[in-house]
Design a binder for this molecule. Sequence first.
Ligand code: PLP
Length: 388
Amino acid sequence: MNDLNNSRVSRRRFAGGMAAIVGYLGLNPAGALLAQATDPRAMSGGRVSASEYDELVKLCFNENPFGPPESVMSAMTGALKYANRYGYPDGDIVEAIAAHHKVGVDNVLIGAGSSEILDIVGNTFLSPGKKVIGVEPTFSAVYEHATGLKADAIRLPLRADFQQDIPAIIKAANEDPAQIGFVYLCNPNNPTGAIVPKDDVKQLLDGLPAGIPVLIDEAYHHFVESRDYGTSVPYVLEGRPVVVTRTFSKIAAMAGMRLGYAIAPSHIMRHMAPYIDNLSVSALAKWGGVASLRDTAGRDRVRTDIIQIRKKTTTALEAMGYPVIPSEANFFMVNLHRPVRPVIQAFRHEKILVGRPFPPMLEHLRVTVGTADEMERFMAAFKTIMKA
Ligand code: PLP
């Protein structure tokens, strides 16, 4: 229950029921502590005090451990003076995103985090009887939202090498195109960190029945090094039915500020228009987002540091005999060769929050890359826990 997606589900459906969360996890009462400490509401909303929260090493939500750079902080602080307004200057955030991607302003939609955009895509293209297709595990908020809409999800397993099975997605979509609302492709995928190579993305888009929208979630785009990877924004310019989503939560360290966006062709934007809330993004997030896009040096620093720390940590884990799935993101998955749930709980006792279980990969642990100091604490705890 400790992933962001599930926090939204829990807000929506479990309405504050910690007992339900514990029940979902299949935890005994001792496990309630784990649930409490890994529930995002607890972290942000008072179940864990602010000082307890500050003490925790937070390697659970793929956040940026460095925090916003000075450039973003001062832009957000400057925007505080608009706190009492609806119609304020917004720093030209949409124009800035459009210029960044060399697309028109009509191709840009901002939201309160990319989560809001993912929901808008679901609201637009799903209805009872329609299905979203994608792999499992992935960022399952998309599937949970489909269920909430009384639609359904076709969840295909990953291949044995933990890659997304593109031919299987194409085959499933072609079996009954009329029932498909849209295809979801998370690239790189959360929780594995694995990319879908650009040739495979093309294979997917070319192989799907004509007109089926494809949501390509590039939340972790900025951390990718592989030359086999490419953004899918060019497909938008071709007019294909593709929605590419990005977020300021990761590279820009603005998860708590809530800013994400979609790039999509105007015919798709027109479909989504009725579901858009023009007031969902705060003034602070807009001004912070513009500053972040300008601060390319700050973004490069985050990327370089995260990749270097990830490589150091994963090399050490592999040297100890724990294989790591090759990751191109700010997190990775390590094979523990034992059930992950008790290990998550053991980390909690060490005041370290790690990723939730991701069925069916129940012997893999997802770890967000933290600061160098945080990863030293993680490694020390890992050695102790895995010896036990
Ligand atoms: N997409 C993926 C793959 C994610 O992992 C996340 C958050 O962790 C999101 C989207 C949502 O991010 P946000 O709503 O903060 O932009």
